[in-house]
Design a binder for this molecule. Structure first.
Ligand code: SAJ
Length: 416
C-alpha cells in the first residue's frame, strides 16, 4: 500500500513517519521546498519529542520521501492548516488546494481522509472540489449507504497533544467519520495499521463537530478558571489555593488559570462553531473572549508592579520567563506570552530580558528591539520585575531567594 500525506506539519509529519515505521510506503507532500529538503535529509523542521528518530529511520529505510506535489497512491491523508481570517471566518483555502491537487492523481478505489480540524460541512466541500476536477470518477454521497462510489472519503480528526504526539497518535481513540458507512470502514482499515486504540465510527459531519466540541470544551473550562482568577483578584483571594480546595469535591475538576489560551487549536477551533451558529454558541463565544482578554489583565498587573516600585519605568529592568504557548515545548504560535512580551517592550522599561529555555535563537520580531534572550539566573539577577508567563519545568525549581526584593507577577501560580 502507498499512502500520500498532504501537509508535513505537526500532524502530517508524525502521521507519515508512524505509518512509515509500519513499513508502509509514504510520500509526504509539502508546498514548502525547504521543508521537503529537510525531511529528505532525514531531519525535521519542528520540535516534537522522538519525531526526529522516527523520521530519520523512515527516510533511511526508504519508507518516507517528501515531494512538492501529490503523487498517485492508494490513500491520501490531508493534514493542512485550517486557520481563520481576520474576522474569525474559517480559511479553507489550504484544504481546497489540497483537494484539487489530489484530484489530479486520483484513481478508482482510492481513499481520501481529511484529518485537518474543520468546520462542519468541510468534508462535503472537499468532495465538491475534487468532483470539479474529476467528473470521470464517482464520489460518495452523505447518507447514501447503498451507492458504492469509485472514491471513499472520510473525516478522521487528529486529537494529539503537542509535546506528546508520537505516543498519542498511536494510543488515542480515533473518531472515524465516513461520508458513508463503507467509507468509514475503509478509513478504519488504514488507522488499524498504526493505531492501538478504539475506533468509533460515525458520519463525517458528526466527526467534524466532535473535534470542534472537544477543543471548545477545554476552552470553556479554561475560561472558567481564568474568570475565577479575575474574581479572586478583586476579592484578594489566592485563586490557585481556591481551585485546589474546590477540586477536593468528588465532582469538581477546575482547570488552571494562566495568561491566556494559546496554540493553533483551542484558541481557533471554537470560532468555527461560533461562525456557523452565532445565535446558539453564546457560551463558547463568551469563553473565547474571556481567554483572549487575559493578556490585558496581566499587562495591568505589570503596570501596577512597576508603579509600586516608586521608580520611573525607564529606570527599571523587567524579566519575562517563558515565550511558548504552554510548558516545556518550543512552539511559539499564538502564544499569549508573546502577546504580553510585545506590549511589555513598548512600555518604556530600561531593559526587557527574555528567558525561553526551549529555544536558542531570539524570535525574529524581537531582533531589532532592545531585548535579550538570556539564562534564567542572569535575567533574575538584574531584574526589578519578574513576570512568569509559562510554567516550564526549570522555572519551578528556581531558588526563591533569587526573587527576593523583586516585584513578581506570577501568571501560572507556581510560586504562590
Ligand atoms: N491552558 C490553561 N490552563 C489549563 C490548561 C491549558 O491556561 O488548565 C492553556 C495552555 O497554557 C495553552 C492552551 O491552554 O496556552 C492550550 O493548551 P492545551 O494543552 O490545552 O491544548 P493544545 O492546544 O496543546 O492541544 C489541544 C488538545 N485538545 C484537548 O485537550 C481537548 C489536543 O488533544 C488536540 O489534538 C489539539 O488541541 C489540536 O490539535 O486540536
Amino acid at each position: 500500500m502507498n499512502v500520500c500525506v498532504i501537509g508535513l506539519g505537526y500532524i502530517g509529519l508524525p502521521t507519515a513517519a508512524v505509518l512509515a515505521s509500519k513499513r508502509v510506503k509514504v510520500v509526504g507532500v509539502d508546498v514548502n521546498q525547504l521543508i521537503v529538503n529537510t525531511i529528505n535529509k532525514g531531519e525535521i523542521h519542528i520540535s516534537e519529542p522522538e519525531l526526529d528518530i522516527l523520521v530519520r529511520e523512515a527516510v533511511q529505510n526508504n519508507y518516507l520521501k517528501a515531494v512538492i506535489k501529490p503523487e498517485k497512491a492508494d490513500v491520501f491523508m490531508v493534514a493542512v492548516p485550517t486557520p481563520f481570517k481576520g474576522n474569525y471566518k474559517p480559511d479553507l483555502s489550504y484544504i481546497m488546494s489540497a483537494a484539487k491537487a489530489i484530484a489530479k492523481v486520483l484513481e478508482k478505489g482510492n481513499i481520501v481522509i481529511l484529518e485537518s480540524t474543520s468546520p462542519v460541512g468541510t468534508t462535503e466541500k472537499m468532495i465538491k472540489w475534487m468532483k470539479e476536477e474529476r467528473d470521470d470518477l464517482s464520489f460518495p454521497e452523505l447518507g447514501n449507504n447503498v451507492f458504492r462510489s469509485d472514491i471513499s472519503v472520510a473525516h478522521c480528526p487528529e486529537r494529539v497533544l503537542p509535546g506528546d504526539i508520537v505516543r498519542e497518535i498511536v494510543e488515542n481513540d480515533r473518531v472515524i467519520g465516513g461520508v458513508t458507512s463503507y467509507c468509514a470502514v475503509q478509513a478504519k482499515n488504514i488507522y488499524n495499521i498504526f493505531v492501538d486504540a478504539n475506533f468509533i465510527l460515525t458520519d463525517c459531519r458528526t466527526a467534524e463537530l466532535s473535534k470542534l466540541v472537544e477543543n471548545s470544551f477545554r476552552d470553556v473550562n479554561i475560561a472558567f478558571a481564568n474568570e475565577l482568577s479575575l474574581i479572586c483578584d478583586k476579592l484578594d483571594i489566592n485563586v490557585w489555593e481556591l481551585i485546589k480546595l474546590a477540586n477536593h469535591h468528588p465532582r469538581v475538576n477546575i482547570l488552571q488559570p494562566g495568561p491566556g489560551v494559546g496554540g493553533h487549536c483551542i484558541a481557533v477551533d471554537p470560532w468555527f462553531i461560533v461562525d456557523s451558529l452565532p445565535e446558539q454558541a453564546k457560551l463558547i463565544r463568551a469563553a473565547r473572549l474571556v481567554n483572549d482578554s487575559k493578556p490585558n489583565f496581566v499587562l495591568d498587573k505589570i503596570e501596577k508592579a512597576a508603579n509600586s516600585t516608586g521608580k520611573e519605568k525607564s529606570k527599571l529592568k523587567i524579566t519575562c520567563l517563558g515565550l511558548s504557548f504552554k510548558p516545556d515545548i518550543d512552539d511559539l504560535r499564538e502564544s499569549p506570552a508573546m502577546i504580553i512580551v510585545d506590549k511589555v517592550i513598548s512600555m518604556g522599561f530600561s531593559e526587557v530580558l527574555l528567558v525561553e529555555p526551549n529555544i536558542s535563537v531570539i524570535p525574529k520580531r524581537y531582533k531589532d528591539k532592545l531585548v535579550d534572550l538570556c539564562s534564567t539566573n542572569e535575567a533574575l539577577k538584574v531584574a526589578d520585575i519578574v513576570v512568569l508567563l509559562v510554567d516550564h519545568a526549570p522555572f519551578k525549581s528556581i531558588n526563591l531567594e533569587l526573587l527576593s526584593g523583586k516585584q513578581i507577577v506570577d501568571t501560572r501560580g507556581i510560586w504562590s
